[in-house]
Design a protein around this ligand. Structure first.
Ligand code: HGY
Ligand code: MN
Ligand code: MN
Length: 405
């Protein structure tokens, strides 16, 4: 009956959304109790879909369906983690929907020509630790063990968090999948933008994933009494940070398609009657063109040096994260487009302004992405929403796609 798969997906996603730290929306960070609780839920559904269940040393939950002897493996999946106060669909939808698609294929008596793995990656958002894509990079072989020494806001290193979670992070390099047996990767994800809704389309085929770079900035000035320190000669760290915020915005507005964001900013001593002595902030640029993004990053570093000299501040700025534009594989995308059309859609192309695990999996095998309409284009918010009928169409498209491999 049409709609039943979407209704079940909505039920499961609502249940997973309850697995969150207290507060608005969903906050489910890697290697925290909420992560464990989500894995427990997912493990049951993976088993129900007839797959074996394992947790790898990067914290990725792996559901595997063995194909015919010697068959290569097709990968599906997305991330289980969320941003703080995020939505119920970002990431986790890409784990729940493929499981239901496999259940549908089994019910329909369709046997797959390949092995299949459904992956729930631990950390894609990079919210708790200043790194991301640990699990997908582990499978692709692009993982850098230096990230284990990075720490969260409480000073807990990624290594300690993973070991407390029962993992052995020193064995992550063993997770690399052989290229020759990797057929491809499909990530299903809420669009997180307004394009499909504006076009009246439930599903979209992603053309490319944007490039992204992040910079960590420390502005150091000199504190003093707000009432007695003359304005002349002040070395106000927040004034410097404000100029940097405005420059990020100016650079982004000056280049079509470039996005610039200062998403985090904290100051010290952060009291009403003292001049800020320090500002810690991040700056992020994204673009469909790597040259535009890199030029903006360089321009910001030049601006910071000039600002420091002008304001008598010390400004330390370092690029802390970068990933290039990743194109989706044309053949897989053609196949996916046919499945979307078979499921009732137009097979519309959509670029991705968000980054995804698929951008890391592209270093292992051909990758494609299926986008699902997002109400109002709202994401990274408690208001994030995808309709059950759209989830239903996506499940049917994924099932059709897998059967066509
Ligand atoms: O930042 C992103 O684009 C993704 O949601 N982590
Ligand atoms: Mn996501
Ligand atoms: Mn996200």
């Amino acid at each position: 009956m049409r709609g039943k798969w979407g209704a079940e997906a909505a039920r499961r996603l609502a249940r997973l959304a309850e697995v969150s730290e207290p507060g608005p929306g969903v906050t489910r960070l890697p290697f925290k109790p909420e992560h464990r609780a989500a894995l427990d839920l997912l493990s049951g559904w993976i088993a129900e879909a007839g797959l074996s269940v394992t947790l790898d040393d990067a914290g990725t939950l792996v559901g595997r369906h063995e194909g015919p002897p010697g068959a290569r493996t097709f990968y599906l999946g997305s991330h289980q983690d969320s941003v703080r106060e995020g939505g119920a669909y970002d990431g986790i939808m890409g784990v729940v929907l493929p499981l239901l698609a496999l259940e549908k294929l089994r019910r329909d008596g369709v046997s797959l020509p390949c092995a299949v793995e459904v992956l729930a990656f631990a950390d894609e958002e990079g919210v708790r630790f200043p790194t991301a894509l640990i699990g997908s990079r582990a499978l692709a072989g692009s993982y850098d063990s230096a990230v284990l020494e990075t720490a969260d806001g409480d000073g807990v290193t990624l290594r300690a968090a993973m070991e407390d979670f029962g993992l052995d992070p020193d064995r992550i390099p063993e997770l690399k999948r052989p290229r020759e047996t990797a057929l491809g990767f499909l990530e299903t994800h809420i669009e997180q933008g307004p394009v499909l809704e504006a076009a009246g389309e439930a599903l979209g085929v992603v053309t490319a994933i944007c490039g992204i770079e992040r910079h960590r900035i420390t502005v150091t000035g000199k504190t003093g009494h707000a009432g007695t320190l003359p304005m002349a000669g002040r070395r106000d760290a927040l004034v410097g940070a404000a100029a940097l915020v405005e420059e990020v915005r100016r650079l982004a507005l000056a280049t079509p398609g470039l996005r610039g964001t200062v998403g985090s900013l904290s100051i010290r001593p952060n009291v009403v009657n003292a001049v800020p002595r320090e500002a810690l902030m991040t700056a992020e640029f994204r673009a469909a063109d790597d040259a535009d993004r890199a030029a903006a990053g360089r321009a910001l570093h030049r601006f910071a040096a000039e600002l420091a000299a002008r304001e008598g501040l010390q400004i330390d700025i370092a690029r802390s994260y970068v990933q290039p534009v990743q194109l989706c594989d044309p053949d897989l995308s053609r196949r996916l487009r046919a499945s979307v059309m078979d499921s009732g859609g137009r097979g519309m192309d959509v670029p991705s302004g968000a980054t995804h695990d698929a951008s890391a999996m592209a270093d292992l095998c051909p990758m494609a992405m299926l986008f699902v309409r997002c109400r109002g284009g709202v994401s990274h918010s408690p208001d994030e929403y995808a309709a059950p009928d759209d989830l239903d169409m996506a499940i049917r498209a994924i099932a059709h796609f897998l059967a066509s491999l």
